[in-house]
Design a protein around this ligand. Structure first.
Ligand code: HMG
Ligand code: MG
Length: 295
């Protein structure tokens, strides 16, 4: 009998989840969340973002988080890096606090690129190229997120050709994996399939992942459509936290709890202990309630 297939879930709640909270969550809570995600068996955690604190104040403590977490062996930590300045900050720490993976983030739509990282798609690729090269030279793995791969809050529907063009440019500068991101959760299984196909023209199946926000309640259906195409990696967020401050209307990522349960039902392994994952979700829900409660 074949061994059950494994699906890799990257929990992005400490980053995508908490970047969108109106009031910054304390460093202690973010470290507490990361610890509980490790306890729940997550082996990939997106823990920080080395972006401008003027753009996203919620992520200003990335270095403190990376230095404060006690890492379990075998757990890979990822961080978002928009430019060389961000990479320098990420690596200006003891090696043990470096991210294992960095994520550059581009957009398939011009308008979102400008709103989110203040440059055109072409400029973003020029900016990412030295970041990718420097990160790989240090032995880090580089992923690239492709935002607005099915729809844009400013331009509406995004053509798969735009996703294909972006994937090709990212491959050409050396990004090793790409995430097809439905930033505002407007995808349907058909549209997600077309976006994935466009990415798969330039990347092997094992190097393409899905990053689905659940704004319109279709993220699980989009996950199933991706699984049927052979995709085995997804970004998910415990408690369904998430959203991008520069994407009006974007709500949370699909919940890690929901995706893990669906995968286990279908016979996939994830390494995740669902009961402990629920505890991690409860922890962050409680912490958010307490931290945002009026004094
Ligand atoms: P800019 O204003 O064009 O950049 O922003 P700049 O080079 O002119 O610098 C402006 C200021 O920021 C300067 O400071 C720089 O030093 C500083 P000042 O001199 O004015 O005091 N700065 C930095 N500080 C810390 N770390 C840095 C950094 N870079 C510059 N790395 C920039 C361009 C890209 C920096 C800005 O637009 C930015 O930080 N954007 C990030 C926005 C963001 O984080 N969005 C959310 C994450 S993406 C997302 O959620 C989508 C995803 O989940 C997938 C999906 O769902 O679609 C990944
Ligand atoms: Mg996102």
């Amino acid at each position: 009998m074949n061994a059950p297939a494994h699906v890799r879930l990257v929990d992005v709640s400490p980053r995508d989840g908490l970047q969108n909270e109106k009031r910054p969550v304390s460093t202690e809570v973010r470290i507490g969340l990361v610890r509980r995600l490790q306890d729940a068996g997550l082996r990939h955690i997106e823990a920080a973002s080395f972006v401008s604190p003027r753009w996203v104040p919620q992520m200003a403590d990335g270095a403190a988080v990376m230095q404060g977490v006690r890492r379990r062996p075998g757990v890979r930590f990822a961080a978002l890096v928009p430019n060389l300045r961000g990479l320098d900050t990420a690596l200006d720490a003891p090696r043990a606090a470096w991210p294992d993976d960095i994520v550059v983030f581009g957009s398939a739509s011009e308008s979102f690129s400008r709103k989110n990282i203040n440059c055109s798609i072409a400029e973003s690729i020029e900016r990412f190229a030295p970041v990718v090269a420097a990160a790989r030279a240090q032995g880090l793995r580089v992923r690239a997120a492709m935002s607005c791969a099915v729809g844009c809050p400013f331009e509406g529907e995004v053509a798969p050709e735009a996703v294909g063009r972006l994937a090709r440019m990212l491959r050409d500068i050396g990004a090793q994996e790409v995430a097809v991101a439905d930033t505002i959760g407007v995808g349907t299984p058909d549209r997600v399939r077309r976006a994935l196909d466009a990415a798969l023209a330039h990347y092997d199946t094992e190097d393409v992942s899905g990053h689905f926000h659940d704004t319109q309640g279709r993220a699980l259906a989009n996950t199933v459509a991706s699984l049927d195409m052979g995709i085995r990696q997804f970004d998910t967020s415990v408690a369904g936290l998430g959203g991008c401050p520069y994407a009006p209307g974007a709500t949370g990522n699909v919940a890690t709890e929901a995706v893990a349960a669906l995968l286990h039902d279908r016979g996939f392994t994830t390494g995740i202990d669902l009961a402990r994952l629920m505890e991690a979700g409860q922890y962050i829900r409680n912490a958010l309630r307490e931290e945002v409660a009026p004094a």
